[in-house]
Design a binder for this molecule. Structure first.
Ligand code: GTP
Ligand code: MG
Length: 257
């Protein structure tokens, strides 16, 4: 059965780098057939050769020109175009010959507020998951976690992406080679409620410590049994761990701890 993996995450977290590195690693080590897909109309240069590239339909520059929009407006418009043309996208390879692939890796724009959190964002995920099983990988940038607030914000963003897309999402910590606070990055995945406890005990992070009890409750209610997977797309670290995590996520009986 084909594994379709959608990489989502904030701007610059390493989605494109991971689609490239993870794809190459799977080909080289597992000898599987990997198709890479680019759904980011704002991408300039891609480090991999996509089987489908949204820029063959429109790029952000095209959208800015045609609709006289700035870059942010163009990303919102582009997400609407993806929704309108989802059937056209799914009528192209690798979606039309999906059974010929073992793994399909989908790269998405970093503008999560345009691609995921707008109404049009659901259309693509709903349509794709009605055709094949998909798993989302939420890419967390380890170099972006300095403070407790950074970690809690990224935890929340992942939770919201899960709620909005309705697909199963597994988190991965990328850029472990340049991590600023590995401990917070691990807790964010393994035991987010402990981050909120720290906020309460330290009483340093203003409103966070006031909200800590409620945040602990949400963290416990939404907690998945997940092991923290730490990777580096640049140094090709942790690719085997990522593969096993994604593979297990496809099996509903998988134990992700
Ligand atoms: N040190 C380090 N840098 C990384 C890693 N992964 C990505 N980068 C760098 O982070 C920057 C952004 O990487 P991209 O792969 O373009 O990130 P993205 O999430 O696709 O970015 P957008 O599509 O713009 O949202 C690039 O300079 C990458 O070289 C990593 O594991 N370690
Ligand atoms: Mg990218």
């Amino acid at each position: 059965m084909v594994m379709v993996v959608v990489f989502i995450g904030p701007a610059g977290s390493g989605k494109t780098s991971l689609v490239k590195s993870f794809g190459s690693w799977i080909r080289r080590n597992l000898f599987l057939r990997v198709a890479q897909v680019n759904l980011d109309p704002g991408a300039e240069e891609l480090p991999y050769k996509p089987i489908f590239d949204i820029r063959t339909m429109f790029s952000i520059r095209d959208v800015m020109k045609k609709y006289k929009l700035g870059p942010n407006g163009a990303f919102i418009k582009a997400s609407e175009l993806v929704a309108e043309q989802v059937d056209v996208i799914l009528s192209k390879e690798p979606f039309t010959n999906i059974s010929e692939w073992d793994v399909v890796l989908i790269d998405t724009p970093g503008q999560m507020e345009a691609f995921i959190f707008r109404p049009a964002g659901n259309v693509f995920f709903e349509k794709l998951s009605s055709l094949v099983n998909i798993v989302g990988v939420y890419v967390i940038d380890a170099s972006a976690i300095g403070s407790l607030t950074d970690a809690i914000t990224l935890w929340f963003l992942g939770l919201l992406a899960q709620v909005k897309t309705g697909i199963q999402i597994v988190p991965v910590v990328n850029k472990i080679d340049v991590a600023r606070n590995v401990e917070y990055a691990r807790l964010l995945i393994e035991a987010p409620e402990k981050l909120m406890e720290i906020a309460r005990n330290e009483k340093q992070e203003g409103i966070l410590s006031d909200l800590a009890p409620e945040l602990v409750e949400i963290a416990l209610k939404t907690k998945q049994a997940l092991r923290p997977v730490e990777v580096s797309a640049v140094e090709l670290k942790g690719m085997d761990e990522l593969y096993y995590l994604v593979h297990e996520a496809f099996c509903t009986c998988g134990d992700l701890t």
